[in-house]
Design a protein around this ligand. Structure first.
Ligand code: ATP
Ligand code: MG
Length: 420
């Protein structure tokens, strides 16, 4: 029969890979805790309209990449392509905006985009994201940037570059928008079909188009920083000075505009060149208009999304993945029929006492069991035969090269011997 394969662009994360995921997840949770961000979990699918209004239907993410389906009651639903809109919906729906401010949330979730799969780009992917609501100050921007930076430092990454920019607010955006429109209109016939179509509606999107022709034209486009109002300018200067006093290096990069419509003011990315074309590990910024755009109150917010698979690649490239021991603490090998029940009970008692204990469940020979214990990475092996059971004592072998010691066949004695 034909074998069924996983859908294109999805990942199996196997037990042999899970160590690095858990290592990163632990580092993420610990960093979030230190910065005072609480975890939030959202539905995997939402009303399609949420993403159309929140993220913007002229963006690639919503316009081209979303997995949308019509439910049996006729409503249009979409697998979440990103986290910010879902969190904003939840903040409104659950009245979180009425609580103590700032509201600091994080998520560690999977997202779905129908993109062309390649290194660092899959159709289901994972992000660590943060959302800070209720502060419009540059200190808030700095705090989320510092959080991401702390995580990279904690993981030992040294080749990460922070790039920042400001794309202006509703006050300065219109003048920038018309400057862009003027500029791109000269090249209208050369732009890709998508950009030609969205040029009038949203000329900013041409700036992050991935087609080589559009990105070539975009290189000489007017820069946002030259069109900022006084408020945006002061905000950006203060952010830079906060990063300076915290000793965080950055590049001001006018080419960063981010691909989602909700951004206003500060935008930033962390890039790692070694991981190839998909070099952005983390992207974020301010989205002061988002909550109101989906029916909530006016409330400023800032945050980022960090791609976990790209982060793993960056760790691999710097050889920063620690040796993670995954084997059981002890393997108990029964020798003979009579011993197998005793071994089974002993292993069970050890587990109840918090020791990762394994024993034979396949009726294998001692030799085969020893081979298995070695392969499975057992820390210790205890061979239990009729004699050992009669005497209540057996020899404990340290599989990582230590001495052999005699232990009593009790939970206390074994636990002491293997855990010290
Ligand atoms: P890109 O320009 O690489 O497409 P993006 O601007 O679409 O990224 P965001 O929507 O800001 O990315 O998502 C934040 C982060 O999530 C990205 O910087 C990246 O690390 C990760 N990410 C986004 N899309 C994917 C994907 N398809 N596969 C793996 N990781 C992704
Ligand atoms: Mg993208």
């Amino acid at each position: 029969m034909n074998r069924i394969q996983k859908p294109k662009g999805t990942l199996d994360i196997l037990p042999s890979d899970i160590g690095v995921w858990q290592y990163i997840e632990n580092a993420v949770r610990e960093t979030a805790r230190i910065y005072g961000f609480s975890e939030i979990r959202m539905p995997t699918f939402e009303a399609t309209e949420l993403f159309c209004r929140g993220v913007g239907d002229t963006t690639d993410v919503v316009g081209k990449e979303m997995y949308t389906f019509i439910d049996k009651d006729g409503s249009s639903l979409s697998l979440r392509p990103e986290g910010t809109a879902g969190v904003a919906r939840s903040v409104i729906e659950n009245g979180l905006y009425a609580g103590a401010m700032p509201l600091k949330l994080f998520y560690l979730s999977n997202f779905f985009r129908r993109e062309k799969p390649q290194a660092g780009r899959s159709r289901e992917f994972w992000q660590f994201g943060t959302e800070l609501y209720g502060s419009s100050s540059p200190e808030a921007d700095a705090q989320v940037i510092l959080l991401a930076n702390s995580l990279f430092k904690k993981l030992g990454l040294t080749k990460v570059t922070l790039r920042i920019n400001s794309i202006g607010c509703p006050e300065c955006r219109p003048s920038y928008r018309s400057a862009l429109l003027n500029y791109f209109s000269q090249y209208e016939s050369e732009l890709c079909d998508t950009c030609r179509e969205r040029l009038q509606k949203n000329p900013l999107r041409v700036l992050d188009c991935k087609s080589p022709v559009c990105s070539g034209i975009a290189k000489n486009a007017p820069k946002t920083l030259e069109h900022l109002c006084d408020g945006c300018n002061t905000h950006f200067e203060k952010l830079k000075s906060l990063l300076d006093v915290c000793g965080v290096e950055y590049i001001v990069d006018p080419s960063i505009v981010r691909g989602l419509d909700y951004y206003t003011g500060t935008v930033f990315e962390f890039t790692v060149d070694s991981i190839g074309a998909q070099s952005t590990v983390c992207g974020g910024g301010r989205y002061d208009g988002l909550l109101a755009s989906i029916g909530g109150p006016e409330m400023p917010a800032v945050g980022f999304g960090m791609g976990i698979t790209r982060l793993i690649q960056a760790l691999k490239d710097e050889s920063l993945i620690p040796d993670l021991e995954t084997g059981c603490d002890i393997y108990i090998a029964p020798l003979g029929e009579g011993a197998s029940v005793s071994a089974f009970v002993l292993a069970q008692k050890l587990r109840e006492g918090g020791v990762a204990a394994e024993t034979d469940v396949c009726g294998r020979s001692l030799k085969a069991q020893m081979k298995y214990a070695d392969k499975a990475g057992a820390g210790f092996v205890l061979v239990v035969g009729d004699n050992e059971i009669a005497e209540g004592v057996a020899e404990l072998r340290d599989m990582r090269g230590g001495e052999r010691v005699k232990v009593e066949l009790t939970v206390e004695s074994i636990t002491k011997a293997i855990k010290g």
